[in-house]
Design a protein around this ligand. Sequence first.
Ligand code: R5P
Length: 294
Amino acid sequence: MKIVLGPASTALAEKIAELTGYEKVPVGSKTFPDGESYIRLEGNVQNEHVAIVQTTCAPQDSRLMQLAFMAAAAKRNKARKVTAIVPYLAYARQDKIFLQGEGISIETVAHMLKAAGVDALITVNIHAENALSNFPFPAITLSAISLLAEYFVQKGCKEAFALAPDKGAMYIAEQAQSVLQGEAGHLEKQRDRYTGQTSQTGKGLNVKGKSVIIFDDIISTGGTIVGAAKILREQGAAHVYAACVHGLLIGDAEKRILDAGVEEIVSTDSVPSHASKVSLAPLIAKALKAQKSG
Ligand code: R5P
């Protein structure tokens, strides 16, 4: 197997190559003056199973095109198999029809990648795992929650309360709880499908005087975490932290979260930022090794 260093995830791909010992394939890339993407594989992929590491956070569309171009270039240069390693998979939140007239964006993305040459896909904490069942190739999602929880154990937060900001994320809080060995619970979140506005409530939580870590798959505008932090403060939590797999941290999200009393924001390097304190490299390297021996 060879690791293709996608331009959106070069540092992560380098770490994966180091941990697996697999050869690296550098990628030349540029953006033309009109905004079009160019890529070139700078290594031999003939008869190889290649793992292309490329996240698809903003600018999503050009990163998806780069991924498609790398897959197509690999196949054109006679790669035997192409596995896309997409730590953050864009469009995964549009995984069903919410309002009449919509499409299922994530399925369209998967079909585009298949057409380009992708044979299999590995992602991390996709928003809803069932989206993968309609992909036109084998696709799996890994979970980085234990790694995030381990970060907090190392920081001295063992037995902290793991809070999910909505019921759908409770499985995330439970995964964290199994590492932290404390309690877990969730808030209730409602979303207006037309305006996108959300509201949260928290009943029956016992967080008074406790350290609480809010775990979510994504932090985008920060609104969910700000709302959760407000409830936790009202209910007397002593310390509030926020952890997510994909720290999109749009605009002033980080400032808003810290202003809401959150002491630290921790994310993985699926979306590189200075909150990326936990690397996905060991998780992905292990999955690639298992795939090779499996
Ligand atoms: C949605 O259900 C996701 O799990 C996240 O809670 C959401 O994407 C976070 O978005 P924001 O940071 O804009 O509130």
